[in-house]
Design a protein around this ligand. Structure first.
Ligand SMILES: Cc1cc2nc3c(=O)[nH]c(=O)nc-3n(C[C@H](O)[C@H](O)[C@H](O)COP(=O)(O)OP(=O)(O)OC[C@H]3O[C@@H](n4cnc5c(N)ncnc54)[C@H](O)[C@@H]3O)c2cc1C
Length: 491
């Protein structure tokens, strides 16, 4: 069967998520004809679920609040938090323009949360408030990008083709000249472009592929992202000789709940997660491993310390244990991005028994959680003595609000999770994809999570350093490719 030819464009962008939408918007604004493809029926990629926290220094919004900041300081902070393991060149190329991306979003009518820019405690904290988020988190970002993109579509500068999965890169004389895939209704399609941009996101929703990159022993990590992140761009590019990083870094996201209906996957972040950051909620519970032993101070302020401690536990699993007195007095342990978990909803969830185990005795609770019963009872005894003494000799926990002694006892299991890809395609400073000899593959570029997050965060999480490089480098790449097309520099 002959494939339907979609025609020839200046720029063909595969993936209409964060990076792809921004690249399309700026390429179109600079005069290019753009084909924007996505395998899903809708645009937005991970923005539908992401917190969408972005970072940028030197923005108008910082200046209006008297916050002094520069891209140089942002760069230093990124290198500090990434333990010097992020890619200095790519980090500088993005952070020097991230303040401009913040202003650009403002110009597009972004609905900033009034508390921003702020410090975010879910990951290691920047030295300066330079993180922003919208009132509807990632969906706030999506809304303004979508609006801007729709204008470009109306002016015919961008042709969006959704429901089209690209499966193969077309190569002629060593140059990537287009893409081939399956469009709506299963029809085969091909499209040609002066430049092809892979903005296909990560690989984390394909556990087998993800596990090829994770360090040994981390295979139990839950998948916590949306299902489209199956590494398509990475696979297609490696098929034609692209190089892929293999840094062996992994640091989990904590607080995700295993989904009983989907083994290996977490309950959707938009529905529920456990709030562990003491800056947002005082921990009243204890956390134990399968042996029933505590493994870190539950009120430790540095997220990285608790994340690395969890990585050392069998099955990457932990169990949070509390009692009726805590259930009746503490802020809800379960939250979601919309923050709509109340104490009443929490009580209803305890009664429902979907994720939370409840029992009249600690021994019985241990059985329900799959935890060593003697270990758990001994640990609770020691913890209660520590509460009474006001001193935790085992882990140095400072906040010791109440003993755990009033039945029923409750427990919930949480497992370390991966929500973004750490490794990815190697690129040069112009985001040209490199082959295994380190030479750019003509015609092929990549942006966003398909590069892997290590280049922007090293072996850690750094605030906003996935969404913002996707937007910022996507914008720069789109504008640059359009300028090259206008100059006749693209075939
Ligand atoms: C729960 C959660 C919270 C997060 N919070 C933050 C945060 O606060 N700050 C931050 O910086 N990062 C955050 N991230 C990470 C961030 O959202 C992503 O790294 C970023 O949005 C990725 O953008 P992208 O454009 O590279 O990929 P995506 O947004 O994933 O888009 C990729 C697009 O490509 C399409 N596609 C894939 N393969 C093909 C194919 N073969 N053919 C056609 N189309 C294809 C997909 O359908 C998708 O639409 C979070 C992630 C998650 C899961």
């Amino acid at each position: 069967m002959t494939a339907e030819d979609l025609g020839r464009f200046d720029v063909v962008i595969v993936g209409a998520g964060t990076g792809g939408m921004c690249a399309a918007i700026e390429a179109a604004a600079a005069g290019a004809r753009v084909l924007l493809l996505d395998k899903l029926p809708g645009m937005g990629g991970m923005l539908h679920i992401a917190n969408g926290e972005f970072s940028g220094a030197g923005s108008r919004r910082q200046a209006a609040r008297g916050i002094e900041d520069t891209p140089e300081r942002h760069f230093d902070d990124v290198m500090r938090l990434s333990h010097g393991k992020a890619d200095r060149d790519l980090v500088w190329r993005t952070v020097r323009a991230q303040g401009d991306t913040v202003d650009w979003l403002e110009d597009l009518g972004f609905d900033f949360d009034p508390a921003t820019p702020g410090l975010v405690h879910g990951h290691e904290v920047y030295a300066t408030p330079r993180t922003y988020w919208g009132v509807e988190l990632g969906r706030s970002v999506l809304r303004v990008l979508r609006r801007r993109l729709d204008e470009a579509v109306r002016s015919c500068a961008v042709l969006p083709l959704l429901g089209t999965r690209i499966r193969r890169l077309l190569v002629e004389d060593g140059r990537v000249t287009g893409v081939a895939g399956t469009g709506p209704g299963g029809r085969e399609v091909v499209a040609r472009g002066g430049a092809v941009v892979l903005a296909t996101g990560g690989y984390d929703a394909d556990p087998a592929l993800r596990n090829r990159f994770l360090p040994p022993g981390c295979e139990d990590a839950l998948v916590a992202c949306l299902g489209h992140a199956t590494g398509d761009g990475l696979v297609m590019a490696t098929e034609i000789g692209a190089d892929v990083s293999r840094d062996g870094h992994f640091i989990p996201v904590m607080g995700l709940i295993p989904d009983p209906g989907r083994p290996g996957f977490a309950v959707d972040y938009r529905e529920a997660f456990l709030e562990f950051a003491p800056a947002y909620r005082t921990p009243h519970e204890i956390w134990v491993n399968r042996d029933g032993e505590r493994f870190v101070a539950e009120d430790v302020t540095g997220p990285e310390r608790r994340e690395r401690a969890l990585l050392r536990q069998p099955g990457l699993a932990m169990h949070v244990v509390w009692d009726r007195a805590i259930a009746e007095t503490a802020e809800p342990l379960i939250r979601n991005g919309a923050g709509d978990w109340t104490r009443e909803r929490m009580a209803a969830e305890c009664a429902r028994g979907r994720w939370i185990a409840a029992a009249g005795t600690l021994e019985e609770l241990a059985g329900l959680l799959g935890v060593d019963a003697a270990g758990l009872t001994g640990t609770v005894r020691r913890y209660n003595a520590a509460v009474r003494a006001g001193h935790d000799p085992d882990h140095g926990r400072a906040k010791l609000p109440t003993p755990i002694e009033t039945p029923p006892f409750y427990g919930i299991t949480s497992v370390a999770a991966s929500l973004l890809s750490r490794d990815g395609l190697r690129v040069d400073g112009d985001l040209a994809v490199l082959d295994r000899e380190g030479v750019p593959i003509p015609g092929l570029h990549a942006v966003g999570e398909v590069l892997g997050n290590n280049v922007f965060a090293g072996d850690n999480y750094v605030g906003g350093m996935s969404v913002t490089p996707a937007m910022t480098l996507g914008r720069l790449l789109g504008a640059r490719l359009a300028a090259r097309a206008a100059a006749g520099d693209l075939p």
